[in-house]
Ligand binder design. Structure first.
Ligand SMILES: C[C@@]1(CC(=O)O)C2=NC(=C\c3[nH]c(c(CCC(=O)O)c3CC(=O)O)Cc3[nH]c(c(CC(=O)O)c3CCC(=O)O)/C=C3\N/C(=C\2)[C@@H](CCC(=O)O)[C@]3(C)CC(=O)O)/[C@H]1CCC(=O)O
Ligand SMILES: NC(=O)c1ccc[n+]([C@@H]2O[C@H](COP(=O)([O-])OP(=O)(O)OC[C@H]3O[C@@H](n4cnc5c(N)ncnc54)[C@H](O)[C@@H]3O)[C@@H](O)[C@H]2O)c1
Length: 233
């Protein structure tokens, strides 16, 4: 069905690509960038299809992080794929990949005419489990890159450490029986407040680093108890 107007609206989501077949057709700079993004994003079944590839892609194939099929694209290549990237320098070939991929039930990214694909790739900053991403909806990749640079400077490496710690704490707190829901929420909010305060200085506070998750949890529980009642009464 034809959409009204030319503007697209996108839905953000984070994909777990582990074990899923991802196909990149083409072996130039664009294919290399998409492939690196896939590997950084946890994809372990990436296949490149191209007669020629960049030295970077050749190295990745040699190291076994990707598979390289040294030939031109064929229709059967998209069978069983979750994601397909059409990144050749031929508009006709890219369009064929998009048609075949759709028919095979894959989601398509088309490098030369993004508006014809199913998804676009945002600029990303990773800090441990935290993933910040920026898209301009394909309007200005250059601006997306610039904002990514700003985010990189604003959200430094210490975030990775804090996010891991907050995740560990959350797992324990949520499992704990005998603590009211509200108190659990207060504890988790208190913990993220402490993280933000510490991160505002962009440095780790040594005493926080030494405190075990269990000691941290007791301290937050005492505080929640003091502020509102731990058993929900
Ligand atoms: C974010 C990032 C992710 C990634 O690709 O992994 C990404 N482009 C990146 C780099 C980059 N892109 C371009 C240059 C050279 C120019 C420069 O340096 O300015 C460089 C730099 C380089 O090559 O080094 C130009 C460009 N880009 C597109 C076209 C074709 C067209 O518009 O038709 C042209 C040529 C026309 C032009 O010049 O505009 C198309 C797309 N590029 C997108 C994403 C999608 C929209 C994202 C959004 O919504 O904003 C979209 C639509 C499709 C897609 O690919 O999904 C990654 C940055 C990673 C990082 O550094 O953070
Ligand atoms: N998405 C983006 O960010 C972005 C940015 C700039 C350009 N582009 C567009 O992306 C496309 C790729 O750019 P590039 O710089 O990587 O191109 P490139 O010319 O460096 O590489 C093209 C690759 O496609 C391969 N190829 C050609 N025909 C093929 C076939 N039939 N089967 C398999 N592989 C085939 C070639 O071997 C080569 O490796 C271009 O159309 C370009 O306009 C996209």
């Amino acid at each position: 069905m034809e959409r009204e107007g030319s503007k697209r609206t996108y839905y953000p989501l984070y994909l777990d690509l582990y074990g899923k077949r991802c196909i990149v057709v083409g072996g130039g700079q664009i294919a290399e960038r998409k492939t690196r993004g896939l590997i950084e994003g946890g994809a372990d079944r990436v296949t490149i299809i191209s007669p020629i590839v960049t030295p970077g892609l050749a190295k990745m194939a040699e190291l076994g992080s990707i598979r390289w099929e040294r030939r031109e694209y064929q229709e059967k290549d998209v069978t069983g794929a979750t994601l397909v990237f059409a990144a050749t320098d031929s508009r006709t070939v890219n369009e064929k990949i998009v048609r075949d991929g759709r028919a095979a039930g894959a989601l398509l990214n088309q490098a030369d005419e993004a508006a014809d694909g199913d998804f676009i790739v945002p600029a990303a900053v990773r800090r441990g489990a935290m993933l910040l991403s920026v898209s301009t909806g394909g309007m200005s990749p250059t601006l997306a890159m610039r904002i990514r640079g700003e985010l990189e400077r604003r959200y430094g490496e210490p975030y990775a450490w804090w996010i891991e710690r907050l995740g560990e704490l959350r797992k324990i707190v949520l499992k704990e029986e005998g603590i009211a829901q509200q108190a659990k929420r207060d504890m988790l909010r208190g913990a993220s407040d402490e993280a933000v305060l510490d991160l505002q200085g962009e440095r780790r506070s040594p005493q926080r680093e030494e405190e075990t998750i269990e000691a941290w949890m007791s301290r937050l529980a005492r505080q929640a108890c003091h502020d509102g009642g731990l058993d929900g009464t």
